[in-house]
Design a protein around this ligand. Structure first.
Ligand SMILES: Cc1cc2nc3c(=O)[nH]c(=O)nc-3n(C[C@H](O)[C@H](O)[C@H](O)COP(=O)(O)OP(=O)(O)OC[C@H]3O[C@@H](n4cnc5c(N)ncnc54)[C@H](O)[C@@H]3O)c2cc1C
Length: 186
């Protein structure tokens, strides 16, 4: 679980320097979901990264791409990155849906007249931000937990931008090393 949510669960004293380091670990949040259209204009492409600042999402992925040959509808996963203190964070679902449809039209990926439905979810912890103090602050926080006998594993548990494959690899390594440690203690 994310370090920011884990610390309030701890029942032992946390040094001020560690609390400060934790408060300096920065991250981006995300709105994501699925938008469905009767048809699309995205071509034979799976994922499109969109750097245009005027378009609210940074990536869309065509969900039918890996499955049906001629699906009757087109479903897109969209991802909208934001910070807690940004204008986007305060958007209602209706405003967001409008901006997302604007994005599909601006990029000529799909038309409003073909729109069927949309589902939007919010995830607080999405992307770790590697600012200049990331390493120092992360080491301070994880070092304190380690010294208290708490190893951490996972994207927001280690505060590293790792994907699923890497999290699984780290979990397997940690499990093996804990097994070894505990077997040696017996
Ligand atoms: C929209 C989106 C798209 C992504 N796409 C990809 C992709 O295409 N490929 C890829 O490899 N990765 C992708 N990722 C990243 C991937 O989801 C993460 O890297 C991965 O899930 C991290 O694994 P984890 O075990 O650290 O955390 P999680 O999978 O988030 O697991 C943490 C678990 O802890 C639980 N938890 C949290 N708080 C508590 C609590 N207080 N008590 C008990 N349980 C708690 C949560 O419910 C959750 O089940 C994507 C992420 C997002 C948000």
């Amino acid at each position: 679980m994310p370090l920011h949510d884990f610390f309030p669960c701890l029942r032992f004293e946390i040094p001020e320097s560690v609390r400060q380091a934790l408060s300096r670990l920065r991250y981006n949040s995300m709105f994501y979901g699925v938008a469905v259209f009767r048809k699309d204009n995205a071509g034979h492409n799976f994922a499109l990264n969109i750097p245009q600042p005027g378009v609210i999402f940074h990536r869309v992925s065509k969900l039918n791409f890996l499955g049906e040959d001629s699906p009757e509808e087109s479903g897109f996963l969209f991802e909208v990155t934001f910070r807690a203190d940004s204008r986007v964070a305060a958007y209602s679902k209706e405003e967001l849906a409008g901006r997302i449809l604007d994005g599909f039209e601006t990029m000529d990926l799909a038309k409003r007249e073909d729109f069927i439905d949309i589902d939007i979810r919010r995830v607080k912890y999405a992307y770790v931000i590697y600012d200049l103090t990331h390493r120092r602050n992360t080491d301070a926080v994880l070092g304190h937990l380690r010294s208290a006998g708490i190893p951490c594993c996972g994207r927001f548990a280690e505060f590293e931008y790792v994907n699923m494959d890497n999290v699984i690899e780290r979990a397997m390594k940690l499990a093996a090393s804990l097994n070894q440690e505990w077997t040696a203690d017996e």
